[in-house]
Design a protein around this ligand. Sequence first.
Ligand code: LLP
Length: 412
Amino acid sequence: MSDIFFCEDVSFVDLAQIYGTPLYVYSQTELAHAQRKYADAFAVLNPLLCYAVKANGNLSVLRHFAQLGCGFDIVSGGELARVLVAGGDAGKTIFSGVGKTEAEIERALNAGVLCFNVESLPELDRINAVAERLGKSAPISLRINPDVDAKTHPYISTGLKANKFGIAYADAEVAYQHANSLPYLQIVGIDCHIGSQLTDLSPFIEALDRLLLLADKLAEAGIVLQHIDLGGGVGIVYHNETVPDLHRYAAEVAQRLADRRLKLILEPGRSLVGDAGVLLTRIEYIKHGEEKNFIIVDAAMNDLMRPALYDAYHVIEPVVHKNIAPITADVVGPICESSDFLGKDRVLAAEAGDLLLIRSAGAYAAGMASNYNTRCRAAEVLVNGSQHRLIRQRESIEQLLSDEQRYLSNND
Ligand code: LLP
């Protein structure tokens, strides 16, 4: 084992020196590898992979997936703009989300998205009205809530009756009939998304079976679908989880879709980018408290909020292996909140000034960053072999203040 960790052929020590910390570092090879795993496993079904932009919306990451032929799953007008600027194909883009505004629907229709994943009857009416105004026909799919337990963290579980997402399974046929009666809508598909970070395959298959049952009933009623969209992808290993095998998943899906003319769409996010990224941070202080030790680093919950929000576990390890006595400590940031931790009770052989790697930080990490405590968002770097380049500049304090500074009034 190397004494110093590398991202591809570049050492994290060099990256920290060149770009500073905290720093998000992504491996292009890992991104491509993750996409290929899906493409290979599902090859017989030739699915459309719509990368879920929310997992990591950096324009260079999006361009990378666009160049690999991926489509996109978006949930806002902002994400649509990202896809278009990155060179993504609107015709391969699915618009999901429970609260689409009229302006967002209009932009998506004008861009020519592949489909709206619709989550309620009022949304159907709204899309129909906007399409009529624009003289267009809107392709729609209904997001059905199959009421299956995804067995994941309650905050990222979305397919239960108690969740705000999707159209209740029992109401689905009526909702499709309603959609069918609206002249500016074109029914193209059915979709679901039952949650994220799924570590068990069975909820995916259960949801698929329920959707297919519905598709059959709809066909009997004369509503024929072109595609089925199974939502997000499989979970990743953060700690010691086992994750579903993609080949098994694909085999189960292929067996069920064999006699049907349904194009398969998948919307993976986390599993395409999660393993490809790390957050690189430097230790500012080591503090020995009364009950605990604290490793205070220059990254914080504003950079990576998953531990604070979901009690999520990310492996943390020193970039350079040192032969010093390890300490047990909470790894925390400088933010004035007790929830500002990145890891608890970690055993680390590290001292002030050392670099730490926070693993599995390619997904729902930089994209969920905020400016809390007036902290500038971290820079992001993409590594490819021995090449590395900035893909997002570190925010500056001037940048942060400017939107308010120009409105300062002398009369206040
Ligand atoms: N499609 C839809 C409609 C979604 O809502 C999501 C994720 C995905 C696809 C992608 O799912 P994935 O393949 O990444 O599991 N911030 C949380 C995760 C929230 C996921 C929200 N929806 C976290 O940090 O764990």
